[in-house]
Design a protein around this ligand. Structure first.
Ligand SMILES: CC(C)(COP(=O)(O)OP(=O)(O)OC[C@H]1O[C@@H](n2cnc3c(N)ncnc32)[C@H](O)[C@@H]1OP(=O)(O)O)[C@@H](O)C(=O)NCCC(=O)NCCS
Length: 180
């Protein structure tokens, strides 16, 4: 398991799946905001890759996020789009609604940076998020990500086009404990 200050990133367990499906992916608004594809229901037993891990998919590493104190499941985190030529990847995360606003998101980004830069030897990490997602923007910026661009009207979300922000962090600029 990878450890931060408050949370750990471990492998997906079978018992995580119904919780993540019910609390994250069955929520139409949350899913529509967090995913780049239209919401559709996930049937019980589905092998949807957001829930069931395919260990042979080399470019995509999904984790379950747990509290270090007690091991309770609090969300998902993914290093995806891993490109071993350009040595870059993207970061994604989603916390259960009751687990937001407690500093976990900032900690998850820190641990994913450690995984990307130290364990995988990448040189660039990237995040795309909706321009109004203050929690995600702050979690990224607290870890040293900088805003590199605004993608105007790039996301169709529940009946309207919204802007997305592109953030990047280079290994040479990363400071493992930037939180003030
Ligand atoms: C976005 C998300 C990962 C952030 O994680 P979090 O644990 O809630 O964030 P933190 O508690 O670490 O907060 C980080 C900062 O953002 C601020 N913040 C968090 N949620 C906020 C909100 N809804 N509105 C305004 N500020 C917010 C915090 O006050 C904190 O600010 P600080 O750095 O000045 O202290 C989480 O809210 C989430 O999973 N949301 C739903 C899914 C999602 O949006 N995923 C990202 C898709 S790209």
């Amino acid at each position: 398991m990878l450890r931060g200050e408050k949370i750990g990133l471990r492998a997906r367990h079978e018992e995580d799946v119904p919780i993540l499906r019910a609390e994250l992916y069955d929520d139409v608004v949350n899913s529509s905001r967090a995913e780049s594809a239209p919401w559709r229901p996930i049937a019980p037993g589905s092998k949807d890759p957001r829930l069931v891990v395919d260990d042979t998919a080399q470019g995509h590493v999904p984790f379950s996020v747990v509290e270090l104190d007690g091991g309770t499941l609090v969300g998902t985190a993914t290093l995806w789009g891993i490109d071993n030529h350009h040595r870059s990847a993207h970061i994604g995360l989603g916390l259960l609604p009751s687990c937001r606003g407690k500093g976990y998101g900032t900690d998850v980004v820190a641990v994913l940076c450690h995984y990307g830069f130290v364990v995988r030897g990448l040189q660039r990490l990237q995040i795309e998020t909706l321009a109004d997602n203050v929690g995600m923007l702050r979690s990224a910026e607290r870890n040293g990500f900088v805003r590199e661009g605004l993608l105007r009207s790039s996301a169709w979300v529940m009946g309207e086009f919204l802007d997305e922000v592109l953030l990047g962090l280079l290994a040479r600029d990363w400071k493992p404990e930037p939180k003030a």
